[in-house]
Design a binder for this molecule. Structure first.
Ligand code: NAI
Length: 246
């Protein structure tokens, strides 16, 4: 029970890695705010977790909409009085090679994966500063570290998240807030399952452990960075990719 007494807001918490994180954090005793665009799945998952006795609250959130973020954060604070942990996990892909990439898709990915992280953190960090405590965990990707064919927009945002993480680590370290990132490798969620089977097989063979990641593999890394076990880890990008490139 590593997160007893802690309140965690997890963006993109209704599906995939975010959902695994909601489950994992709830198992460790946290009060979990599952914040997601997808109301139907979010409400259903909130119900399932509540039936297991976990303290989970679904709040609809669009990380692109600052007004919506403000009301989501207000409801979270009204309910729990604080947000100790922010997991900036929501993300999308709109893949195409550079030549074929629609500028609308380029901008959409920047909006969610980069501006969304800025929006949510800017809305929540004042509450952490007030308490002199916080854990912010951003979600990068192997694509952001090494680049990835067909992911100009996505790779750019995930590299940018590393820059945000290190900058915020410098800004907030002295105020009691840890800031780190996780860079997942290819992980079995809808983001990957919509890729062609051939590409998935190629990805698998590039991994030293010869398997794709599970959402729980990544959730466990979020958990480590959210727990006191990582109190002296700061401005770090934790690669959780089965040894994809070393
Ligand atoms: P997913 O597609 O399964 O889940 C993403 C969640 O984000 C969904 O619940 C969706 O409704 C939510 N979301 C999308 N746009 C939103 C918005 N504007 N506001 C609020 N919520 C929104 O994706 P997955 O795979 O679980 O990805 C989670 C994070 O991990 C993302 O940041 C992704 O880029 C990153 N990642 C995933 C990898 C993978 O192989 N699956 C690899 C590396 C990084």
């Amino acid at each position: 029970m590593r997160l007893v007494g802690k309140t965690a807001l997890i963006t993109g918490g209704a599906n995939g890695i975010g959902l695994a994180a909601c489950e994992r954090f709830a198992e460790e005793g946290a009060q979990v705010i599952m914040a997601d665009f997808d109301v139907v799945t979010g409400k259903a998952q909130e119900q399932l977790l509540k039936e297991q006795g976990f303290d989970v609250l679904f709040i609809q959130l669009d990380v692109v909409n600052r007004e919506n973020i403000r009301s989501c954060v207000e409801l979270a604070i009204e309910t729990y009085g604080k947000i100790d942990i922010l997991i900036n996990n929501a993300g999308i892909t709109r893949d195409a090679t550079l030549v074929k990439m629609d500028p609308v898709d380029f901008a959409a990915v920047l909006d969610v994966n980069l501006t969304g992280v800025f929006n949510c953190t800017q809305a929540i960090v004042p509450y952490m500063l007030d308490k002199g405590y916080g854990k912010i965990i951003n979600t990068s990707s192997v694509s952001g570290i090494y680049g990835n064919f067909g992911q100009t927009n996505y790779a750019a945002t995930k590299a940018a998240v590393v820059g945000l993480t290190k900058t915020w680590a410098k800004e907030f370290g002295r105020r009691g807030i840890n800031v780190n990132a996780v860079a997942p490798g290819f992980t079995v969620t809808s983001m990957v399952s919509k890729m062609p089977e051939k590409v998935i097989e190629q990805m698998k063979s590039a991994v030293s452990l010869q398997r794709l990641g599970t959402p729980r593999d990544i959730a466990n890394a979020y958990l480590y960075l959210a727990s006191e076990e990582s109190d002296y880890v700061h401005g770090h990008v934790l690669h959780v990719d089965g040894g994809i490139l070393m």
